[in-house]
Ligand binder design. Structure first.
Ligand code: PHE
Length: 360
């Protein structure tokens, strides 16, 4: 009689051998299925059979539990090795079939490389953006910095600090959009002057582009939302001469010398003295009583300007005996209309592609 230990050993060897035999068969079957697959669809169908959860090989793994612990690692290893061989055979076959499929497509389908392609039309910048970029370029080349402020403003910054008293017509409900909580939509970019002077010590020179809002009916030259660029320069000994020189330089740079410009005495509560700048009407180029664009005057107003009022300087803690400065504000839509001969402000907001394409 064999000792008990030896007996167990023999049984284990047999169990291992049996498992190895079954494994060999399962591997052979899986490899055969893979080899027989005649197309991509067929090999995809063979995937679960060859290596899926319910494949014969995986079934063998489940039987490892029946072996004594000492034998399990070896048995597990030979099953995993077989599984790896099946998997790489599968991948190789799949790649081979894909290549064949590609070769077949190339052979049967022809591409006519001489056919016209579908080419993407490049976009372009909006004409208002083009003008803004140009305005910024001109002023930054003169040493101005670009500043900004919020569209939603306090009445203080938009009006009081700029010397616009509560009874000023600009405060009329018909001009200003009032919001909850006593805020308003800024009616001009001038509050950026206030914000900037409160935050920075002079000397300073900025422009501040941005949207402004006024209760206004839309016509060829008006819109309730439009763009302004504010300008502010504060230094010692600034006079009207520098204001005029700077703006003339700007006007020539932006319009060329073709359109005449004129400075006209005017009034703003926050500048003293004040001047407005008109540009010759690009439509009629002279007083034509029937011109819709300039309303028969021959001129279009594009800029308000003046020397910063001493009260405004005092409001932001700058001593007007030491510093003076000039400020200006321009309408970007108007300037763009003049630059390109655009007859209606509406064209900027309708975004008709036939209009926009002309600026690409
Ligand atoms: N804020 C004025 C307006 O909107 C323009 C302006 C700006 C005038 C700065 C003078 C100085 O009409």
């Amino acid at each position: 009689m064999l000792p008990r230990a030896a007996l167990i050993h023999i049984v284990i060897i047999m169990a291992l051998e049996e498992l190895a035999e079954e494994l060999k068969q399962a591997e052979r079957a899986a490899l055969a299925t893979i080899a027989a697959a005649a197309g991509i669809a067929a090999i995809e169908r063979a995937r679960p059979v060859a290596m899926g959860k319910n494949s014969a090989m995986r079934g063998l793994l489940k039987r490892l539990g029946g072996l004594p612990a000492a034998e399990r690692p070896q048995a597990g290893q030979i099953i995993n090795q077989a599984q790896a061989r099946v998997e790489s055979a599968f991948e190789a076959k799949l790649a081979e079939l894909r290549e064949a499929e590609m070769a077949r497509q190339i052979e049967t389908q022809s591409v006519d490389v001489t056919l016209p392609g579908t080419h993407a039309k490049p976009g372009g910048l909006h004409p208002l953006t083009l003008t803004l970029i140009e305005i910024e370029r001109i002023f930054t080349s003169m040493g101005y910095e670009i500043a900004s402020g919020p569209d939603v403003e306090t009445e203080h910054n938009n009006f009081d600090a700029l010397n616009i008293k509560p009874d000023h017509p600009a405060r009329d409900m018909h001009d200003t959009f009032y919001l909850d909580g006593g805020r308003i939509l800024r009616t001009h970019t001038s509050p950026v002057q206030i914000r900037h002077m409160l935050a920075h010590k002079p000397p300073l020179a900025i422009i501040a582009p941005g949207r402004v809002y006024r209760v206004d009916d839309i016509d060829a030259t008006h819109s309730p939302v439009f763009l302004q660029v504010e300008g502010l320069l504060i230094d010692r000994g600034v006079s009207m001469a520098q204001l005029k020189g700077t703006l003339t330089e700007f006007l020539h740079a932006i319009f060329g010398k073709e359109l005449a410009t004129r400075f006209r005495a005017s009034y703003f509560p926050f500048t003293e003295p004040s001047a407005e700048v008109d540009v010759q009407c690009f439509v009629c180029r002279g007083p034509d009583p029937d011109c819709r664009i300039c309303k028969g005057t021959g001129w279009l107003e594009v800029l308000g300007s003046g020397l910063v009022h001493p009260d405004v300087l005092r409001n932001v803690g700058i001593d007007p005996r030491e510093f003076s400065g000039f400020a200006f504000g321009m309408g970007v839509e108007r300037i763009t209309m003049l630059r390109y001969g655009i007859p209606s402000i509406r064209l900027f907001y309708e975004n008709d592609i036939r209009f926009l394409r002309q600026f690409a």
